[in-house]
Design a protein around this ligand. Sequence first.
Ligand SMILES: Cc1cc2nc3c(=O)[nH]c(=O)nc-3n(C[C@H](O)[C@H](O)[C@H](O)COP(=O)(O)O)c2cc1C
Length: 228
Amino acid sequence: MTTMSVAQAVAARKSVRAFTDQPVDLAVVEELLKEAAWAPSGGNLQPWRVWLLAGEDLAAFKARVVELRDEFPMGQGPEYDIYPPDLWEPYRTRRFENGQQLYAAIDIPREDRAARIGQFGKNFEFFGAPVAFLVGIERKMGPPQWSDVGMFLQSFMLLATERGLGTCAQEAWTSWHQVAYEMIDIPEDVMIFCGMAIGYEDTAHPINNWRSERADASEWIHRAEVRR
Ligand SMILES: Cc1cc2nc3c(=O)[nH]c(=O)nc-3n(C[C@H](O)[C@H](O)[C@H](O)COP(=O)(O)O)c2cc1C
């Protein structure tokens, strides 16, 4: 196992959207999840809830989604707004450009809606990852606890990076929450936040060979000038 500094793991982590067939030991993923649970959370509530999917269970879950995709190509509908409606600047452009870059990497022109939908649909196969999970949070929890779940997820992704595993967090799964409740014993008082695809990166796949950008720090770091 290569050792990475935290800075190296942060820099190396990226969303991986194509995986090799190399199996992933579920025990390793469980270990990484337990390590990730050292993430901080307000009041130490540890509000994350995880449902692991692998092997035949993962296959059966994906097969049910495939069955329904003729009727619902984009999913049965999200349970929360993935983005606020009518996204405004600078977020609108950031999102747009990220999408452009992703589709350009795999030679899909913006106008080719069918191809874009086809690529988007790979979300619903966990991008071919051999292991995945759904992460949820009790509906009664609020924004502070959602933020805790985010820290837990990033901790998991960094630890996975260190182990040589690729990951992709997937809010897209909210669009299949009904299937998740139907197929998995997830209590209805838990809202599914997102999925996580986990596996070994297919480094030859062009979808993995581009890097998302970041806004210039001057757009969001402010030196507070305190009125006095
Ligand atoms: C909570 C969360 C949910 C996400 N959902 C999806 C998703 O459904 N599908 C997808 O392809 N990428 C998804 N992403 C990945 C983002 O698009 C990605 O993090 C962003 O473009 C920055 O790229 P990077 O992760 O490669 O640094 C998600 C990321 C986060 C943090």
